[in-house]
Design a protein around this ligand. Structure first.
Ligand SMILES: Cc1cc2nc3c(=O)[nH]c(=O)nc-3n(C[C@H](O)[C@H](O)[C@H](O)COP(=O)(O)O)c2cc1C
Length: 216
């Protein structure tokens, strides 16, 4: 395991992969843990991942991506899809999910009151209710990218895909359910170090750092 700062500096987007060893069970477990231990609002755990390593399945999923991403995915060792469950969908099981979430921190004799407070907050107060699962998926993505880098893979975050068609396919495949949504995807594998596009993008292009932050 590398120092976190080294991993952050090492991670960069890879556009083209070459073949290499399949992910081991342990590596898949590492990736799952990175997503599993990511934080979420009120600990709703409103985001899941689907990991596709099977070659022919990966080819089927790749069909729904833009051409450049499709080429990327075909040579990658895994495609990961980050699925979110919007808050209004979390509410649709008669509040069971809300109670399951709060029972870890609410006082036993105040479960109803706490649930009411949480529901009131997310339905009447918060301006982020419609997007908290997207934030959860984004954090999971960051954790997964860094974990994958740490165990020796290169990665590509990807939003270039046909959302409605991919969602329709995944619902049919039973890798997501109606009401959930695809928030982001990523591929991982072994970079083709001779690929010109890879050489170009590997340089961590950034605007001047001072434009990015303020210290108050
Ligand atoms: C939300 C998001 C969507 C992205 N979508 C794609 C994509 O569809 N295809 C792709 O090749 N790269 C995609 N990227 C990668 C960016 O191009 C890349 O992160 C950016 O150029 C910075 O380079 P770096 O990751 O090497 O630091 C995406 C990145 C993010 C964060």
């Amino acid at each position: 395991m590398k120092n976190l700062n080294e991993v952050i500096k090492k991670r960069h987007t890879t556009k083209r992969y070459i073949d290499g060893p399949d992910l081991t069970k342990e590596q898949i477990e590492n990736i799952i843990d990175a997503a599993y231990l990511a934080p979420s609002a009120t600990n709703f755990q409103d985001s899941q991942i689907v990991i596709i390593t099977n070659k022919s399945k990966k080819e089927e999923y790749a069909e729904f991506f833009e051409e450049s991403n499709k080429i990327n995915i075909l040579k990658a060792k895994a495609l990961i899809i980050f699925i979110g469950t919007p808050f209004k969908v979390l509410l649709s099981d008669n509040y069971k999910r809300i109670y399951d979430t709060i029972k870890d921190f609410a006082a036993k004799d105040a479960l109803d009151e706490t649930a009411k407070g949480v529901i009131n907050y997310y339905t009447k107060v918060s301006k982020y209710t419609d997007t908290i699962d997207i934030t959860s998926s984004s954090i999971q993505l960051a954790f997964v990218l860094l974990q994958a880098t740490d165990i020796g893979f290169e990665t590509t975050p990807m939003m270039g895909f046909n959302t409605s068609k991919l969602e329709e396919f995944m619902i049919k495949e039973k890798t997501m359910v109606q009401g959930q949504r695809i928030n982001v995807t990523a591929s991982l594998g072994y970079a083709d170090k001779n690929d010109e596009l890879n050489i170009k993008v590997a340089k961590r292009h950034r605007f001047a750092k001072e434009n990015m932050y303020k210290i108050v």
